[in-house]
Design a protein. Structure first.
Length: 424
């Protein structure tokens, strides 16, 4: 939790000043901010304990989005992304929601599901009922594998059975529904699924094959809503145009894919910054974008409020944890969690979905008003100038010229540099 996330002048500060401000406003020890230096973050030796055949690490920029209020609490939000303008857009959108109370969320709890696939079952309908009759035994056996999780208030909540016709015959698919508390939960539920699979197969009179969690985490859903201010958005016409942009994304899968990519710009950046599994969250979100009619659509929805402001809602599965995976191992992830000030995985999930909504609004506002290139390309100009070889002292000058000339291209950056260096 931060004292305030409204940090005026933050974007124009030096890196050292930003670190000081973030530490002061989040209660993180200023000395700990050194973790964001290349030498202070993930060392090669630690990396070698995380994955296989390690030869090094890859640094990704980490910035802090400002202006976020989620459920009445100000949060500074670390975001890891290589894409210019993402953090600026999220901060800008959060500023527009802040005046109307920020983001409000609700959730279904940290519930994941593991699937056990059973093949060669002669009587699938009867097998389904036999498994349901044995549910207390199966649930107790699964719970006994993770007493720690049960002690924390988690454990198996339910067992369901589906009959699935496939081109390889009829499969009986058992779902273990597990409250994984502060874990992302994949390892926890996979262990359970593997352990109870032989007994399930015995009851069904078939053979077990896959025993793995589903990333369609539709029992672990977070919903975020916010009202964005019409004047800060740019007026009534912009509000109407964002509503039309939202309708376009709902109606057209080609547009929905890009619209949802914009949401994931924010979501993935926080998921990555906190050491969570980006692929698991991406799989969950995109699967959630397919409606009951089988059509891929927008994850968010925007409409005009009676007083002419813009209301936005977003619902996403959000399988993130505070224990397990890389979250506790990666030194940067440990610090980003402290900056966020979250105590539970669900609180983290709520902030991430709020960022997704802000990110989406930021992009839709730009698209529905001046177009994406003005804001995005003027920030992208920094990358172009650096790629062209501008030094720190030359960078700002080259960027200004690229933007002023409305010609944000590498060749032009090189021309400007040549001109500067020749003293012309
Ligand atoms: C870039 C802005 C915000 C400029 O917008 P602006 O109106 O020029 O900004 P401003 O200078 O008036 O500042 C307003 C606020 O924006 C933030 N801000 C502004 N500039 C910075 C900066 N340099 N560094 C950090 N924060 C910045 C900051 O919060 C600031 O307020 P403050 O807190 O300072 O009082 C705007 O043009 C914008 O939001 N553009 C959209 C950019 C975007 O969405 N980028 C995502 C990448 S494009 C993409 O991949 C997705 C897409 C677009 O395809 C998805 C889709 O199609 O739906
Ligand atoms: N398809 C996918 O998405 C897959 C993802 N993965 C990977 O799995 C990893 C995540 O698995 P996950 O199960 O979260 O990780 P871990 O198994 O590392 O952590 C979960 C365990 O932590 C212990 N724990 C301690 N405190 C808590 C608490 N407060 N709440 C909950 N559990 C607690 C629990 O048991 P105890 O202490 O008893 O052990 C729990 O089982 C990620 O690295 C992910 O990439 C793996 C396979 C597939």
């Amino acid at each position: 939790m931060s004292t305030t996330s409204r940090l005026s002048g933050f974007k124009d500060s030096t890196i050292a000043q930003r670190r000081e401000t973030v530490a002061a406003n989040s209660g993180v020890d200023p000395a700990e901010m050194g973790v964001f230096d290349p030498a202070g973050g993930l060392g090669v030796e630690s990396a070698n304990h995380m994955v296989e055949n390690v030869i090094g690490t890859l640094a990704v920029p980490v910035g802090v989005a400002t202006n976020f209020t989620v459920n009445g609490i100000d949060r500074l939000v670390p975001m890891a992304t290589e894409e210019p303008s993402v953090i600026a857009a999220a901060s800008n959108a959060a500023r527009m929601a802040r005046v109307h109370g920020g983001f409000h969320t609700s959730h279904t709890g940290p519930v994941m599901q593991a699937q056990v696939q059973l093949l060669d079952v002669a009587d699938p309908e009867a097998a389904r009922l036999r498994i349901l009759e044995a549910a207390p035994e199966i649930i107790a056996a699964a719970d006994s594998l993770d007493p720690m999780l049960v002690e924390f208030g988690g454990g198996v909540r339910d067992l369901t059975v589906r009959i699935l016709p496939t081109r390889a015959g009829t499969h009986v698919v058992v779902h273990l529904v597990v409250d994984v508390r502060d874990a992302m939960g994949a390892n926890a539920v996979n262990t359970m699924a593997e352990s109870v699979a032989p007994r399930l197969a015995e009851i069904a009179g078939g053979r077990p094959l896959l025993r793995i969690l589903t990333n369609k985490a539709d029992l672990r859903v977070v919903r975020a809503r916010a009202v964005f201010d019409k004047d800060l958005l740019g007026g009534a016409e912009v509000v109407d145009n964002i509503v039309a942009a939202s309708a376009f994304a709902e109606a057209d899968p080609y547009r929905a894919a890009t619209h949802n990519k914009g949401i994931m710009n924010g979501i993935t950046a926080v998921v990555l910054a906190t050491g969570n599994d980006t692929r698991a969250v991406e799989a969950g979100c995109h699967s959630h974008a397919v409606g009951s009619d089988g059509r891929y659509t927008a994850l968010s929805h925007f409409e005009k409020t009676p007083d002419g402001n813009l209301s936005g809602v977003l619902e996403t599965p959000m399988a993130v944890g505070l224990v397990g995976g890389a979250t506790k191992v990666h030194p940067v992830a440990r610090t980003t969690i402290k900056i966020l000030g979250v105590e539970t995985a669900t609180e983290l999930a709520e902030i991430i979905t709020a960022v997704g909504l802000a990110q989406n609004l930021g992009a839709c506002r730009a698209l529905a008003a001046e177009g994406i290139q003005r804001g995005h390309m003027s920030l992208h100009a920094r990358t172009i100038a650096a790629t062209a070889g501008a030094t720190s002292s030359e960078l700002d000058l080259v960027v200004r010229r690229l933007v002023d000339d409305s010609n944000i291209r590498a060749e032009h950056a090189q021309e400007i540099l040549a001109e500067l260096r020749s003293g012309r």
